[in-house]
Design a protein around this ligand. Structure first.
Ligand SMILES: [Zn+2]
Ligand SMILES: [Zn+2]
Ligand SMILES: [Zn+2]
Length: 146
């Protein structure tokens, strides 16, 4: 698979000193294609079919690097790390409802972000915030009721 998004991300890797390899491209390809939260095990299963010699550790290290470079977003659910293609920085500030079954992230916009005048934080500086809602997406709810 080749598309503009993948090429753009591979360029970011190159600019940060990470050589273009088929394995790195396969990992990026998968994350672009899935566009939802997936864990390293899933990446390892999928990409491992194409590159049997690629170890879980290498994949995990790559995913962590991509998070550091801002290519991927990371969330932790029940102590396990899940990775997703980062939302574009041109998008409006938003948060996600994350489906615990399929990993899909639904963008949500909430008033919370506009009202960070929290009494307990008087005298503190706020540099950012995180807010995630977990549950099931409508499709997974339908599947559960089958
Ligand atoms: Zn988003
Ligand atoms: Zn779902
Ligand atoms: Zn916010």
């Amino acid at each position: 698979m080749s598309n503009i998004k993948v090429d753009k991300l591979m360029t970011i890797l190159k600019e940060n000193g990470y050589k273009y390899t088929d394995k790195r491209k396969a990992i990026i390809d998968l994350l672009v294609k899935e566009d939802r939260y997936i864990n390293a095990k899933y990446v390892s299963e999928k990409v491992g079919k194409e590159f049997p010699g690629l170890s879980f550790d290498t994949i995990y290290r790559n995913l962590s690097t991509y998070v550091e470079l801002g290519i991927l977003e990371l969330t932790e659910i029940n102590g396990e790390r899940f990775f997703k293609l980062a939302c574009s920085s041109d998008e409006h500030h938003h948060h996600h409802h994350i489906c615990l079954k399929c990993g899909k992230a639904k963008n949500i916009h909430t008033e919370i972000c506009n009202n960070l005048n929290i009494p307990e934080l008087k005298g503190y500086r706020i540099d950012g915030h995180k807010f995630e809602i977990y549950g099931l997406c409508p499709n997974c709810i339908k599947d559960e009721n089958k």
